[in-house]
Write a protein that binds this ligand. Structure first.
Ligand code: ATP
Ligand code: MG
Length: 429
């Protein structure tokens, strides 16, 4: 291997021994007879010290390297309390693995502000910065611990099609593609498939899913390609069973991230108070009452960004559910209860991060609801078929991964939370 230790793997027992480290040259300070090179790897930074008179050729080679060039360096690991980490590598041999061109399209350690578009255009270099890498290390943890939680609760991981003959939810915000001369669509969510699976006997499924939505708007909280944790569970008594999974998953993942990612949270200057369970539940009717004190808002109106923000200002908590929405505000598959839907949104600091519901499991009620909404049932033949041969009561949610991270890490733009964002303008890199 080109590396024997990551920067954080070197310990006292390695002092005096030969080790091999590898990474990107972040900085070079050449003092004439001695040079200090800061090398960066995934775990952090370390110092390489090169002494001219020990090996003039090697000294010349390393001090002439450009910033961000990649090397593997070999030498004695020497204790030095004045150096970061308490040790340095006294250079004996070096392999230059890749030279970086100059100038760099953006700096890695420079404090100058780079605009967001330049950062995204050069995402690979952007990711070399601690505070950017930290987002994706925390994202990694979030998905890992959410899956861990769901598996412990008996959920089975599934993967459903992303190309489909019908649009997922009957909406218009779909991407149409050419499928060998036929029209097909990128799915907006796994909604229809995960519901169909409830008739399979798998009982509890989850998917780390891609959503493709041709959203008209260009906002700081919408992507055209986003990821979510989708779950569906059968034999529920009500939407409360689903909400319990959503809040416990959130609580578990936050606790684990606090335990395991303190370095990354520090890099992002994030301090988190763990909210206690259960998260408060507010009914849509209560929301209307609160909003009507300040703005013109009618029962039945949708809660947009402004309304969600206004509501958050009136509440003393960060994570809460809004439930019992007007039936019209929720999709056709939500279980009706009079003029309400047995549906909920999980809100985090004034933004929806998840939506869920108990679903309709009765075939004739489902067809009736679709007809009421003027939907063409013939476009949903396969979906509806699953309801005709034994479909248990069920419910689930879709939980936006980027939305969660954006709120958890107090980031202003959802594009920060996905490696290569797709929005109305951006199709590259
Ligand atoms: P919103 O009203 O905030 O646009 P939605 O109600 O249309 O969201 P749902 O269909 O309920 O979204 O999707 C479930 C979850 O997926 C949302 O709560 C959100 O966290 C996430 N999500 C949905 N659309 C997007 C998107 N375009 N970009 C990023 N995340 C999204
Ligand atoms: Mg929603």
């Amino acid at each position: 291997m080109l590396r024997s230790h990551y920067s954080n793997e070197v310990s006292k027992k390695d002092y005096g021994k030969k080790i091999r480290i590898a990474g990107w040259i972040e900085d070079i300070r050449n003092l004439g007879g001695i040079a200090f090179i800061i090398l960066r790897d995934r775990a952090g930074r370390m110092q390489i010290t090169a002494i001219k008179k020990q090996n003039p050729e090697l000294f010349k080679e390393i001090v002439s390297l450009t910033r961000e060039s990649v090397i593997s360096a070999y030498g004695i690991c020497q204790q030095n309390s004045k150096v970061m980490n308490g040790w340095e590598l006294l250079l004996e041999e070096m392999e230059v693995l890749a030279k970086a061109e100059t100038p760099l399209p953006m700096g890695v350690i420079d404090k100058v502000n780079v605009d967001f578009d330049t950062r995204l255009d050069n995402r690979i270099i952007d990711l070399r910065r601690d505070e950017v890498k930290a987002i994706f290390m925390i994202r990694h943890s979030f998905i890992h611990y959410a899956s861990d939680f769901l598996r412990k609760k008996g959920f089975v991981e599934v993967h459903t099609p992303k190309i489909s003959a019908s649009s997922s939810e009957g909406g218009t915000e779909v991407f149409k593609i050419d499928y060998f001369g036929r029209d097909a669509f990128l799915v907006q969510s796994p909604q229809l498939y995960k519901q169909m699976l409830m008739a399979s006997g798998l009982d509890r499924v989850y998917e780390i899913a891609w959503y493709f939505r041709a959203e008209e708007h260009d906002t700081s909280r919408h992507l055209n390609e986003s990821t979510a944790i989708d779950i569906e569970m059968a034999f529920i008594e009500s939407e409360e069973d689903v909400m319990k999974v959503a809040e416990e998953l959130t609580d578990y993942a936050i606790q684990k991230i606090l335990d395991e990612n303190s370095e990354e949270l520090d890099a992002l200057h994030v301090e988190v108070d763990l909210p206690s369970l259960p998260y408060p539940r507010i009914s849509y009717d209560e929301v209307v009452e609160i909003l009507q004190k300040e703005i013109d808002f009618k029962w039945g109106d949708d809660l947009g960004t402004d309304e969600e923000n206004l509501l958050a200002k009136h509440l003393d908590y960060e994570l809460y559910f809004i439930k019992d929405f007007p039936l019209e505000a929720k999709p056709f598959y939500a279980m009706p209860s009079g003029k309400y839907a047995r549906a909920f949104d999980l809100e985090y600091k004034g933004m929806e991060i998840a939506s869920g519901a108990q679903r309709i499991h009765d075939y004739s009620l489902l067809v009736q609801r679709m007809n009421e909404l003027g939907m063409k049932t013939e476009n949903f033949e396969d979906y509806l078929k699953a309801f005709r041969y034994g479909m248990p009561p069920h419910g689930g949610f879709g939980y936006g991964i980027e939305r969660f991270l954006m709120r958890f890490l107090n980031l202003k733009n959802i594009r920060e939370c996905i490696l290569f964002p797709r929005d109305r303008k951006r199709l590259r890199p």
